[in-house]
Design a protein around this ligand. Structure first.
Ligand SMILES: NC(=O)c1ccc[n+]([C@@H]2O[C@H](COP(=O)([O-])OP(=O)(O)OC[C@H]3O[C@@H](n4cnc5c(N)ncnc54)[C@H](O)[C@@H]3O)[C@@H](O)[C@H]2O)c1
Length: 407
């Protein structure tokens, strides 16, 4: 059996490597030739715990990387699915293009598995008609399945092995075949359902997370008005056996939680009311941090914003993924207010992304008075001595310094 994984990003690459390491022949395809060149030098394309090791062993087992689409038995498509900022609906263009390329090479009985997160009905609307044309014209029997991915950056390999999964397909036999494939490396339970339910399951899971984070973020705003320490409050509330309030933070980033709920808002505008409210609350947090920064500056007579440093550019701790990151949103917000000069440091981001970005932590610290912790990288928790003489705004509540400002 040959599996062709199409789209070798944060999801496609580790998936391809896990399948190859389970002994199945794998070709990884990406349209980005630079990425393919890097992978063909046996180098990794993003930071993730354990990925170098599984890349090395997959290469030993014969995995190939190419910009070409190949004839295979099973295709796994893991390309981006952003949302349209205006309509809020899923942008299926990358998926449509990838499936079109697959259809140009695939054989009679192949199965195309969509791994990308998509809004419910996307396969019926865009992908199924493409297959039907090919099947009817050539007498082919190409089948579809949807296997959304739940892994979290930072723990991808562990979660690929242990998470439960869902697989949606039109026919039980197809779903069973795909379950057998994922079962080669996944020890979690793999449940089978239809395609629409599988599409919806991924979207509602991320929406659930977004709504819960929004509740904590709304609470921090209310508690600040009410003069109550939100962290103490949440600790007390969580002693209730059926309550589990999350922690407030500087916003929600990444390509999942801050994106997927919009699909439901876009498709069901009159119905997705809590979901829309949650999105708005979470999107308001970078601006809320900005208000906190200016309050602290005023209180401590810091007159120049260039004496303020943002720690963390990625959207979550211990990864280098900056997509939709709250820090980038905060910087955008500052630009709107014509405030320039804020300094930025992230130990995981070596490439220059924004103005005044430092690659030397000590130099960064030496040039600021107020340190704003936007991401709780382990690095900051092990650098407490270095930051002990700074004013600190800890938006993630990761350091145990009683004099630090919190959200
Ligand atoms: N990153 C996550 O944490 C995560 C978690 C779960 C699900 N997802 C979902 O998985 C999907 C992929 O996300 P990602 O984070 O891996 O994206 P990514 O941007 O890291 O990777 C996508 C890759 O697809 C390639 N690509 C795009 N169009 C192509 C085409 N026509 N042919 C071949 N390659 C093509 C791009 O060059 C890129 O390398 C998305 O739907 C996302 O929502 C992501």
């Amino acid at each position: 059996m040959l599996v062709n994984v199409v789209g070798l990003g944060y999801i496609g690459l580790p998936t391809a490597l896990m399948i190859a390491n389970s002994g199945i022949k794998v070709v990884g395809t990406d349209k980005d030739s630079k990425k393919i060149d890097i992978l063909n030098k046996n180098e990794i394309t993003f930071v993730e715990k354990g990925i170098s090791e599984i890349l090395a062993s997959a290469v030993e087992r014969g995995i190939c990387f190419t910009t070409e689409y190949v004839t295979a038995d099973i295709y796994i498509v893991a390309v981006p699915t952003p949302f349209n900022k205006k309509s809020k609906k899923v942008v299926a263009d990358y998926l449509i293009a990838a499936v079109k390329s697959v259809l140009s090479v695939c054989q009679k009985d192949s199965i195309i598995v969509v791994e990308s997160t998509i809004s419910p009905g996307t396969i019926d609307r865009y992908i199924r008609p493409m297959l039907e044309v090919k099947n009817e014209k050539l007498g082919y029997n190409i089948e579809l399945a949807h296997a959304p991915e739940r892994i979290i950056p930072g723990k991808m390999i562990e979660e690929l092995c242990n998470n439960n999964r869902v697989i949606g397909a039109d026919r039980r036999e197809t779903a069973e075949k795909i379950r057998e494939l994922y079962g080669k490396f996944c020890r979690g339970e793999i449940v089978l359902t239809n395609i629409r339910t599988a599409e919806m399951s991924k979207v509602v899971e991320n929406t659930y997370r977004d709504v819960n984070i929004a509740y904590a973020n709304e609470l921090v705003k209310i508690c600040n008005e009410a003069d109550i320490n939100v962290y103490e409050l949440i600790k007390i509330a969580n002693m209730h056996p059926r309550v589990n309030i999350l922690s407030p933070g500087p916003g929600v980033g990444g390509h999942c939680i801050s994106v997927d709920p919009w699909f439901l808002v876009g498709d069901y505008p009159g119905l997705a009311n809590i979901i829309l409210a949650a999105r708005k609350i979470n999107d308001s947090m970078p601006e809320y941090v900005l208000e906190k920064i200016s309050e602290i500056m005023e209180k401590n007579e810091i007159l120049d914003v260039s004496r303020v440093g943002l720690y963390g550019l990625s959207y979550k701790e211990n990864v280098d993924d900056i997509r939709e990151s709250p820090t980038l949103q905060l910087i955008e917000c500052m630009k709107k207010h014509l405030a320039k000069g804020i300094k930025v440091f992230d130990p995981y981001i070596k490439k220059k992304i924004v103005d005044n970005q430092y690659d030397d932590f000590d130099k960064f610290l030496s040039e600021i008075d107020l340190l704003v912790i936007m991401v709780g990288h382990s690095h900051i928790i092990t650098s407490l001595e270095k930051i002990s003489n700074k004013l600190i705004l800890d938006t993630k509540n990761v350091i145990n310094n009683t004099s630090a400002y919190k959200l």
